[in-house]
Design a protein around this ligand. Structure first.
Ligand code: CA
Ligand code: CA
Length: 80
């Protein structure tokens, strides 16, 4: 299943086969809350950095603090 379809299914919370505005809004709110680490309803540069760092760590398979070409390619293959 392509990533876009997976995202659609994740957003289609009532399983109606369509994503209505309420579902989209709920999905966006969830994403925002995940980024908003201190829960103050605002994103600071640090919170965005933490998100980037977590993403970086996900891609950095061997944990050496650098992304090799292989790690990026492997990560992108997993996204599909
Ligand atoms: Ca915050
Ligand atoms: Ca690495």
């Amino acid at each position: 299943m392509p990533t876009s379809e997976l995202a659609f299914h994740a957003a289609d919370t009532d399983g109606s086969g369509t994503v209505d505005e309420a579902e989209l809004a709920a999905n966006q709110a969830k994403r925002f809350q995940r980024l908003d680490l201190d829960g103050n309803q605002a994103l600071s540069p640090g919170e965005l950095d933490a998100h980037d760092a977590a993403r970086f760590a996900t891609i950095d398979a061997d944990g050496d603090g650098r992304l090799s070409y292989d790690e990026v390619v492997r990560f992108e293959a997993k996204q599909r």
